[in-house]
Ligand binder design. Structure first.
Ligand SMILES: NC(=O)C1=CN([C@@H]2O[C@H](COP(=O)(O)OP(=O)(O)OC[C@H]3O[C@@H](n4cnc5c(N)ncnc54)[C@H](OP(=O)(O)O)[C@@H]3O)[C@@H](O)[C@H]2O)[C@@H](O)CC1
Ligand SMILES: Nc1ncnc2c1ncn2[C@@H]1O[C@H](COP(=O)(O)OP(=O)(O)O)[C@@H](O)[C@H]1O
Ligand SMILES: [K+]
Length: 531
């Protein structure tokens, strides 16, 4: 999905959605109103997808519960809008069902599920439909989809393969997609659009579900304002990022934008340090200094022209000397933010160096810990009890597994919730990297990247993220703001490269010049939207 298509979105679990619905009912909205609003809003979104809607052929697949009820209301409004509308009932509706009877009164004659195993009528309708709405199951799915519903969904998928112009829409969510975990059923359709009710669901940003939603549109179903203040999860949005980006006064000097120290790099991982330094500068930091072992200095000095250098003492064996941390700490007091870890390696001397740095660093220094700094932390049981400095941690799944003691499978199965819980336990802002990166604050807030971009899955792109966030911390942002703005800018930089060269062969260095361009674009969009 293109990240730019998403607007500000809170994310809910199925339980949170039920709670919001309950609050809406308690505040005087009836369930009938909500369902009516839902069906009408879905129909209105569907009409908006076509240049001219009257005369289009719409097929609504209706299931047994309230998702099917919404489908019946939507069918009525599609009919009113001039579509030739068919409703296909996958399960009988109660004869007293209000929305069913309203559909009948509107002249729609629902087609009962066929006893013919060949589903000849359904095939015929699918052969002609311009738009198919999956209103079979929503958040109430309780077990695997089977029988006629599974068969119908398979037929839609087949028809779609034969007629790519047919638009397939999921009402609330693609049937079978788990709103909380992103798990899917064998029958779940990969749709073109998901028109979701009230709030986007967490599962839309978790895999495999994230590959099935198509473009997500949020339909307003009339849940009154002010009921969702305790919903703390959202997709990171351009307007939020704009509101937290540091100001750039015209009379600024380099001291205005903060100083970053990067403690990174080793003989084996030279490039990591370069990428962090360059991205911190590209994110707007006033000055970047690289602290690396002194024998590496000539290489870095040739490569990093704008960066200043703090060569650190080393042993005859090319390891950090015992006084290296003290040298770095003495200089660090003059810095606003530090990135520690990328490419440092994991030798015992390096681990000791990292531990000394972390135990001596001032509370006033903004801190991003990545890669080998995280690996070094993981070696200490209950490390979070000892290391209580505020920091942004940027683990990928493997590093998160080491930090938490959880298995990679456990983390992947529940990325948002696990990231949220551990951020609270560790007292850190935690970025769980990957497609739809999750940012969690110790206070329970979660911000999810709108972007999934396989182009970013190459060595060094994480170092760029670390640099951007440290650059933002140095400019005065707090940890959570720097983390979510950094994740967004990094994602936008990745989207720009993907737009330019595709998702194959992107390298981390390609992102660097795109960082200021992403910031510029965020600022200009706001300017454009004001006029
Ligand atoms: N939240 C809101 O504010 C609003 C929410 N709204 C809508 O409500 C939707 C949730 O509705 P819901 O709770 O009725 O659940 P839904 O997804 O229709 O399915 C439940 C039905 O399916 C059945 N069933 C379950 N699994 C099955 C299976 N594998 N195979 C076969 N049957 C299965 C289950 O039967 P049972 O398990 O009892 O046998 C029951 O009959 C939500 O997604 C949204 O569209 C709006 O209307 C208004 C405002
Ligand atoms: N499929 C993907 N979609 C979006 N972002 C991704 C994807 N794969 C990787 N990334 C991003 O690329 C970066 C990779 O970081 P990391 O795994 O630490 O690699 P490295 O250490 O080589 O830089 C992270 O910011 C991660 O979120
Ligand atoms: K559905």
């Amino acid at each position: 999905m293109s990240a730019a298509t998403l607007n500000a979105m809170k994310l809910v679990t199925a339980a949170e959605m039920r709670l919001l619905e309950k609050r809406a009912l308690e505040s005087g909205t009836s369930f009938g109103d909500l369902m009516h609003n839902a069906g009408r809003a879905v129909a209105s979104e569907i009409c908006g997808l076509f240049d001219s809607f009257p005369g289009k052929k719409a097929l609504v697949l209706v299931g047994p519960g309230n998702n099917g009820g919404d489908g019946l209301v939507a069918a009525r409004f599609l009919n009113d809008a001039g579509a030739i509308t068919h409703v296909y009932l996958l399960a009988p509706r109660d004869p007293g069902d209000l929305v069913y009877n309203e559909a009948l009164e509107a002249g729609i004659s629902p087609i009962e599920v066929e006893s013919d195993a060949g589903f000849s009528k359904l095939r015929e309708l699918l052969g002609e439909a311009d738009v198919v709405v999956d209103a079979i199951f929503g958040t109430g799915l309780g077990r695997p989809i089977g029988g006629a519903s599974a068969a119908a969904l398979t037929l839609v998928a087949e028809a779609r393969n034969q007629r790519p112009d047919m638009v397939v829409i999921a009402l609330d969510l693609p049937s079978g997609l788990n709103a909380d975990s992103g798990e899917i059923d064998d029958s779940t359709l990969a749709v073109d659009y998901t028109i979701t009710l009230g709030y986007a669901k967490r599962g839309f940003f978790l895999f495999p579900g994230a590959d099935y939603t198509g473009q997500i549109l949020v339909a307003d179903i009339g849940i009154p304002d002010g009921l969702d203040d305790d919903i703390l999860s959202e997709v990171i949005d351009e307007h939020d990022v704009l509101s937290i980006l540091p100001l750039r006064p015209s009379d600024a000097h380099k001291g205005s934008f903060g100083k970053v120290m990067v403690v990174a790099g080793s003989t084996e991982f030279i490039g990591a340090a370069s990428l962090v330094c360059q991205s911190a500068a590209r994110a707007g930091a006033g000055l970047v200094t690289l602290a690396a072992r002194q024998s590496l200095h000539p290489v870095f000095a040739a490569k990093l022209v704008e960066t200043t250098h703090l060569p650190l003492p080393e042993t005859a064996h090319g390891e950090f000397a015992s006084e290296a941390a003290e040298v770095a700490l003495a200089r660090l007091v003059k810095y606003d933010a530090a990135a520690i870890g990328p490419g440092l390696g994991q030798s015992p001397d390096t681990v000791e160096f990292v531990h000394q740095l972390l135990s001596g660093i001032s509370e006033n220094t903004g801190l991003v810990l990545d890669a080998d700094a995280l690996n070094a932390l993981s070696l200490t049981p209950d490390w979070w009890d000892i290391f209580n400095h505020p920091a942004v941690l940027t683990p990928h799944t493997g590093e998160f597994a080491r930090l938490s003691g959880l298995s990679i499978g456990e983390i992947l199965a529940n990325r948002m919730e696990i990231c949220r819980k551990n951020a609270a336990l560790w007292g850190k802002v935690v970025i769980l990297k990957g497609a739809h990166t999750v940012v969690a604050s110790p206070d329970g807030r979660i911000a999810v990247s709108p972007s999934a971009n396989p182009g970013l899955a190459s060595g060094g792109t994480g170092d760029v993220l670390t640099g951007i966030i440290t650059g933002l911390l140095a400019q005065g942002l707090d940890e959570f703001d720097a983390a979510r703005a950094g994740v967004y800018i990094h994602a936008m930089a990745g989207e720009s490269v993907r737009n330019n060269i595709g998702d194959t062969g992107m390298i981390a260095s390609d992102l660097l010049i795109q960082i200021p361009r992403a910031v510029k674009s965020i600022k200009e969009h706001d300017h454009a939207s004001c006029h």
